[in-house]
Write a protein that binds this ligand. Sequence first.
Ligand code: FAD
Length: 442
Amino acid sequence: MTAAEEIRRHDPFASITIITDEPYPMYSRPGLAYVLMGEIPDSRIFCRTREYYAERGLELMFARVAAIHPDRQVIELADGKLLPYDALLLATGATAVPATFPGSQLDGVVYLDTLKNVQDILRRVQTGARTAVVVGGGITAMEMAEGLAHRGLTVHYLLRKKTIWSALLTNDESQIIESHARMTGIHIHYNEEIAEIIGAHGCVSAVKTTSGQFIPCDLVGAGIGVRPNVMLGKNAGLRIDRGIVVNEFLETSAPNIFAAGDAAQVFDHWSGEYRVDDLWPSAIAAGRMAGANMVGARAAYIKDVPFNAALIFGVHVTSIGQAGTGNRSADDENETLQYQSRGSSEVWWARPGGPYTSAWSHKGDNSIRLVLRGNQIAGALILGVQDITDPLRDLVGNRIDISSIRSQLQNTNNASLSQTLRGFWERWRRTPVRLPAYPLGV
Ligand SMILES: Cc1cc2nc3c(=O)[nH]c(=O)nc-3n(C[C@H](O)[C@H](O)[C@H](O)COP(=O)(O)OP(=O)(O)OC[C@H]3O[C@@H](n4cnc5c(N)ncnc54)[C@H](O)[C@@H]3O)c2cc1C
């Protein structure tokens, strides 16, 4: 969508066709969780109306693309129809990894990937599903568990590891999320996986876990990762690794074919590697740049700092840059500072008389973790109050030298952390000349 809009911006006369095998105009995939939870009706997740497409001369075609013929510059639809192109963008996204536990084919194994999936889950809830087992260590599984709990189901959430979202959260952060998850009534089972899904009359009836537990249930929600949709590109002979490999102009290995979004593997100057992303803002930014390049702009796509904001079990979670628990550099030059408290990050008070007697209490429900590398903040993980998210996004994203406040950060308490960072950020914003944060030409 953003590529098409960008092409139209550059060229009012280009013939632009958007082909999708889903029966709707563009919708917000991140919004699916809110529909599942019942916070918004499904009508509210559409980002563009059909009129919007028509007004801008964007043809929206509901069809499945079966093949690409790069030698002839045509694509082939599932019904055999051929369409020529001057420039083609593969923005085929990613798909939930299908479960492979014994019994995964049973009716009642559900995913959270498309609007159709959500409608299917809601239909099952309305027709009597009462108990669900959800499996998966990332955000999709958590959103499914939370959504089903909100819909009144008894939810058992199985985690292979001993903490929540272990790839991103430390033990302390995991405990904050856990306490909120338990408040929503979710039963968390650590170090537990599905050994087998047991069926009755072709439908899910229970789960047997690896530790031998037997959990009767009507639904099994699988949120065990996503896989880039690369088959079209692969069959057309494009260079594929984990995703469709593109250069800085988002060009694939075939002339006039571009790729962007979840399907593409792009150079990430933050890690120095070609990576696939499954983030909405990255898909938008890359789509926009692909659109510009499809009409000849020759503009390099430089990935913005990794950024994700989510609401999990009622807790705002934002990760910026290299915040993952696995992001240790080879020589372990990172230093981690963690601040936890209960209350507003502007005030960071210790609640008198309450259980939170210290701003450093591990029972607090706000937390800021900074990953320092040399004189830069390489990453940040913010749970709860988000007042210093914008400053941190700028400081990480622009690789700002924080040497003048480094010792203050190390010796601060939470109150002065917020003030120190905000004051430093405001001074930086007023600086008239800013040097590029990454070497030119990357
Ligand atoms: C439940 C959920 C929650 C999410 N939450 C967040 C979040 O909080 N923050 C965040 O940053 N990101 C989130 N994401 C990820 C985000 O939605 C994706 O990064 C983004 O949608 C990627 O955009 P895209 O255009 O590359 O692909 P998609 O949005 O996946 O669109 C690809 C489209 O191409 C279609 N297609 C594929 N193959 C063909 C074919 N052969 N013929 C025709 N059509 C085809 C697909 O059906 C699909 O409609 C979430 C995703 C899900 C599923």
